[in-house]
Design a protein around this ligand. Structure first.
Ligand SMILES: [Fe+2]
Length: 167
């Protein structure tokens, strides 16, 4: 494997430069860790939430989990298509995520909705930065992937915030 900056790449017939691929693999590794983190933050909320609107939020959190799992796979496979080595273990994700740890003692639904909204808002901001980074690097396909993920992440933020945003 060739070594460029701090990212090791597998050989590929992809014609994008090694520098660009290395930069995009670094960017995607961060979003892979974050996507895995969000996937299990949503499950943490799904399993532990309690309150009068229990069944609605219990189901919503599971849907968010499933969507986030889809992003995990899309991000990992773009990363490996560029010659990268996906870091998809819990320990690796924990080292790479941009998010603060999700609390394990939360119970009430408003707490989970607000805390998950923080996760999605922070990830959404990082995704928008990542889209610009990919655009500047000339990698339209990574920018497009992150755009799709970002649209889903901002939709999730809207679903979460709509529970406590009526005033
Ligand atoms: Fe379940």
């Amino acid at each position: 494997m060739a070594k460029k900056s701090d990212v090791t790449l597998h050989p590929t017939r992809n014609t994008m430069s090694e520098n660009t691929r290395g930069a995009m693999v670094g960017l995607l590794q961060k979003h892979l860790g974050t996507a895995i983190d969000v996937t299990y933050a949503a499950k943490q909320a799904h399993w532990n939430v309690k309150g009068m609107n229990f069944i609605a939020v219990h189901k919503l959190f599971d849907e968010l989990h499933e969507k986030a799992e889809g992003y995990v796979d899309e991000i990992a496979e773009r990363l490996t298509a560029l010659g990268g080595q996906a870091v998809g273990t819990v320990q690796g994700a924990s080292a790479n995520t941009i998010l603060e740890p999700y609390p394990t003692d939360l119970v009430d639904s408003e707490g989970h909705l607000k805390r998950l909204a923080d996760h999605y808002a922070n990830w959404g901001a990082a995704i928008r930065e990542g889209i610009s980074e990919a655009d500047d690097a000339g990698d339209d396909l990574t920018a497009d992937l992150l755009t799709g993920v970002g649209r889903g992440v901002e939709e999730a933020l809207y679903f979460l915030e709509s529970h406590f945003q009526s005033k």
